[in-house]
Ligand binder design. Structure first.
Ligand SMILES: [Zn+2]
Length: 359
């Protein structure tokens, strides 16, 4: 049973906050990106027996990747590994590692993690949850790239939207690197890519649920089971988007109720995924385009709070969803993004038949 009264309280609180106008506007563009992801991700999670990779080896592989990606980043990464940060009076090391507990393993008190919750903290420390698998290299590269554009102070709308683009683009480049290096089975690396795209798709489903609730709330002033059903039945019933997000709606409602929060958190993964695929394809066509990615990393870390100026600078970096210093979308832009997204999906198409799928 969904407690709609509480859902309405959350929606009321959110829509009566003065600071969310920008975020609501963003959804007009995000909506098309989320739909594009839901319509074009015909993949499911694939089970795999991962190769054993000691953490030291993953750190070395990440170093080798950075060496090829950008030598400055390689030196910076080496420094991250030796860094100590002082935060609120106490000293902490730059990167902390926590082993993820495997099923059936005894629980230790210290240094263990239940799930992969790798992250970069605002003060600049990185937490890496590792499992001695090739996946660890992705976590290390992803969080280290975030740290390259670490900005002090509160976040701007620009950072909220584009924060994930460099890390996710680096993951795609890392996949190419690992496939070229042939250190791990090709199929295993492709399965990691498959599962990553699949997990990122959930952000698109989350936002479509969110957008639907906001639309109903704006029109009717209230949401309930009946209104949601009517709203969904009025949408194109044969569309994959409608099918996926209507299936996810109850889980979405339960998650916002248990956290008692409605957050604009999914947008940066939706923008991140679509633009990462776009930038990756550009770099594959012309490696010099890596420069644009480096500039974006720099721009994200620049504490320039004149929003319009930052967007105008980003427009120079071939970011197709910015026009005249604002977030923008039209059919042509969507077509271009669809094209690059489709290429990523087809790059993993051939693994599906070989492995047992899980629903
Ligand atoms: Zn991230």
């Amino acid at each position: 049973m969904i407690e709609y009264e509480k859902v309405n309280q959350l929606l009321y609180k959110l829509t009566h906050s003065s600071e969310i106008e920008q975020e609501i506007n963003n959804l007009n563009v995000i909506k098309y990106l989320a739909q594009m992801i839901l319509e074009n991700t015909p993949i499911q999670r694939i089970q795999n027996q991962p190769t054993f990779v000691p953490l030291q080896e993953s750190l070395q592989t990440a170093t080798d990747f950075f060496h090829e990606f950008n030598q400055d980043y390689e030196y910076i990464f080496q420094n991250f590994l030796q860094e100590k940060n002082t935060y609120q009076g106490y000293e902490d090391i730059g990167i902390r590692f926590f082993k993820i507990r495997k099923e059936g393993e005894a629980l230790e008190v210290n240094g263990q993690s239940q799930t992969n919750n790798s992250m970069l903290f605002f003060e600049g420390n990185i937490r890496i949850d590792y499992s001695e698998e090739p996946m660890d290299i992705y976590s290390i590269v992803h969080e280290s790239v975030h740290k390259l554009s670490l900005a002090k102070g509160s976040w701007t709308n620009f950072q909220n939207l584009f924060y994930e683009v460099p890390s996710l683009t680096s993951e795609l480049l890392l996949t190419d690197y690992l496939l070229d290096a042939k250190k791990y089975p090709e199929n295993e690396i492709k399965i990691l890519k498959n599962n990553r795209l699949q997990s990122l798709m959930t952000y698109a489903a989350y936002d479509m649920c969110f957008i639907t609730l906001l639309e109903i709330h704006q029109k009717k002033g209230v949401v309930n089971e009946e209104l949601i059903k009517t709203h969904i039945s009025n949408l194109a019933s044969n569309s994959i988007t409608t099918r996926i997000f209507s299936q996810c709606m109850n889980a979405f409602l339960q998650s916002i109720l248990s956290e008692r929060l409605l957050l604009f958190d999914a947008e940066r993964y939706i923008v991140g995924l679509t633009l990462a695929c776009y930038m990756h394809q550009k770099i594959m066509d012309n490696p010099d385009k890596k420069e644009k990615l480096f500039q974006l990393i720099h721009l994200l870390g620049e504490p320039n709070y004149l929003e319009k100026e930052t967007f105008l600078k980003a427009e120079q970096l071939d970011i197709p969803i910015i026009k005249d210093g604002q977030l923008y979308i039209d059919d042509q832009v969507l077509q271009n993004l669809y094209h690059s997204y489709g290429k990523e999906i087809s790059s993993i198409a051939e693994i599906k038949k070989k492995e047992t799928r899980t629903p």
